[in-house]
Design a protein around this ligand. Structure first.
Ligand code: IFM
Length: 460
């Protein structure tokens, strides 16, 4: 089929501050909860973001990669501890200038800056060392993050195309507080709902702060990694409530689903929801971001346990839904490949939350990439599986558009290999290979493929 995406469709790539920047103790930056987490044995091989892709020093060359790629948008996050490094909340001009220069250079290249305000690097001073206090368990965090958002919006203003409040609050609540996979790794089950509510509150407050400082021109959005499940209908519905509608409904409908309260009865009293919170959370936004990689297979468990976790094997008490092995093929993350589910999810979101434009803010594949050296000495990475994955998912997006779903953009995760959180540097998602020893960048075959795809499928 000849796919020409609608005029103005954003083709981009995405990254996040802690995953690429390094320079953790430079430019006035102080530690985040991920510095602490990674330095205390919670990541594969003890990997940390100390150096990562050294983007902090190499950003000018890395932005040239974007220009070569021909994208018209770039989604990146602001490192909060670079911008507000101390508990007094004072802005660090050096940190702000760093991001301001990036925005200017992107604009010079004709690339729309899409700024994520919270991609998991909560300043350590907002949380206790073990995560039991502070952090997203406290309302106060939502207000402090909104203050930070206002400072960024005042500085970057309407040079930014879209401000995204949160990236994947499901991870920041369920993996960070419910489970142990993400910082601070509390493993405290139902406390995840408390964190989720404060994240929702932060979303609403950040929207207000950004609008107050940057005006009405930049778009506002939030990015969710919806838990897309197949399997028995009760289990799918349960995960939908706990993992998806716990964010979607307050943000887009101004209320939590009643069923969420009933299924969490006895383990969560929701007393942390204060009068007026839902009005604050329910802000008009311009676009909803969806990060999509794979699907889960679920069935109801006999165990009367709660709440969900992505890992069927996590401690007893982790789940009352069983997460079953999915059919292959799988990516290096062990995630299945199911492009149809991307199409179905876009269509369903369009039906359930009508009038809300959508953007696929992340999609991509970890592969066991290997560098090969040609006879001419040129280094290459042949990543055909990734090309196939991207192509099939872009086709799924196009199908949804053709059938009337308002999808405004697609961002490949990621511009380059980077620190994959608890998996350290063991998983490579980039269109560009990063040799972590030398920091050399090598364009993979998928880089050239995506460049051609954009050129061939953009409306003129
Ligand atoms: O690397 C992450 C990113 O930070 C958030 N979304 C999923 C990606 C791949 O796991």
């Amino acid at each position: 089929m000849t796919m020409i995406f609608p005029k103005g469709f954003m083709f981009g790539t995405a990254t996040a501050a802690y995953q690429i920047e390094g320079a953790v103790a430079e430019g006035g930056r102080t530690p985040s909860i991920w510095d602490t987490f990674s330095h205390t044995g919670h990541t594969l091989n003890g990997d940390t973001g100390d150096v990562a892709d050294d983007f902090y020093h190499r950003w000018e060359d890395d932005l040239k990669l974007l220009r070569d790629l021909g994208v018209n948008a770039y989604r990146f996050s602001i490192g909060i501890p670079r911008v507000i490094p101390t508990p007094d909340g004072k802005p660090n001009q050096e940190g702000l200038d760093f991001y301001s220069r990036i925005v200017d250079r992107l604009l010079e290249y004709g690339i729309a800056p899409i700024v994520t305000l919270y991609h998991w690097d909560l300043p350590q001073y907002m949380a206790s060392g073990d995560g039991r206090e502070g952090g997203w368990l406290e309302r106060e965090t939502a207000y402090r993050i909104a203050d930070y958002a206002g400072i960024v919006a005042k500085c970057l203003g309407d040079r930014v195309h879209t401000y995204t409040t949160l990236n994947e609050p499901w991870c920041s609540a369920h993996l960070s507080y419910g489970g142990t996979e993400h910082a601070p790794g509390l493993g405290a089950g139902p406390l995840a709902f408390r964190a989720a509510h404060h994240l929702n509150l932060a979303h609403g407050l950040m929207c207000e702060a950004v609008r107050a400082e940057a005006g009405a021109k930049p778009g506002l959005s939030v990015t969710l990694n919806l838990q897309i499940c197949r399997g028995d209908a009760d289990a799918v519905h349960r995960v939908d409530l706990i993992g998806n509608r716990v964010f979607l409904d307050p943000m887009l409908r101004g209320r939590y689903p009643d069923e969420l309260f009933s299924i969490t009865k006895g383990i969560c009293d929701w007393g942390f929801v204060c009068d007026g919170d839902l009005d604050l959370i329910h802000q008009p936004i311009d676009v909803l971001g969806l990060n999509y990689y794979s699907t889960n297979l679920v069935k109801m468990s006999d165990r009367p346990q709660f709440p969900q976790s992505t890992e069927a094997s996590t401690a007893p008490g982790a789940s009352d839904v069983d997460w079953l092995p999915t059919a292959g093929p799988h990516t290096e993350m062990g995630w299945n490949i199911d492009p149809d589910a991307l199409y179905e999810t876009l269509v369903r979101l369009n039906d359930n939350y009508p009038g809300m434009p959508l953007v696929v803010t992340e999609n991509g594949m970890a592969c066991p990439d290997k560098v090969e050296v040609g006879t001419d000495g040129v280094k290459m990475v042949h990543d055909n599986d990734r090309i196939d994955y991207l192509r099939r998912h872009l086709e799924a997006v196009y199908r949804a558009i053709e059938e009337g779903t308002d999808v405004r953009g697609y961002f490949a995760w990621s511009l380059m290999d980077n620190f994959e959180w608890a998996f350290g540097y063991s998983k490579r998602f980039g269109l560009t290979y990063v040799d972590y020893e030398s920091q050399e960048r090598i364009k993979k075959d998928s880089f050239d493929w995506y460049r051609r795809f954009i050129a061939d499928h953009s409306a003129r």
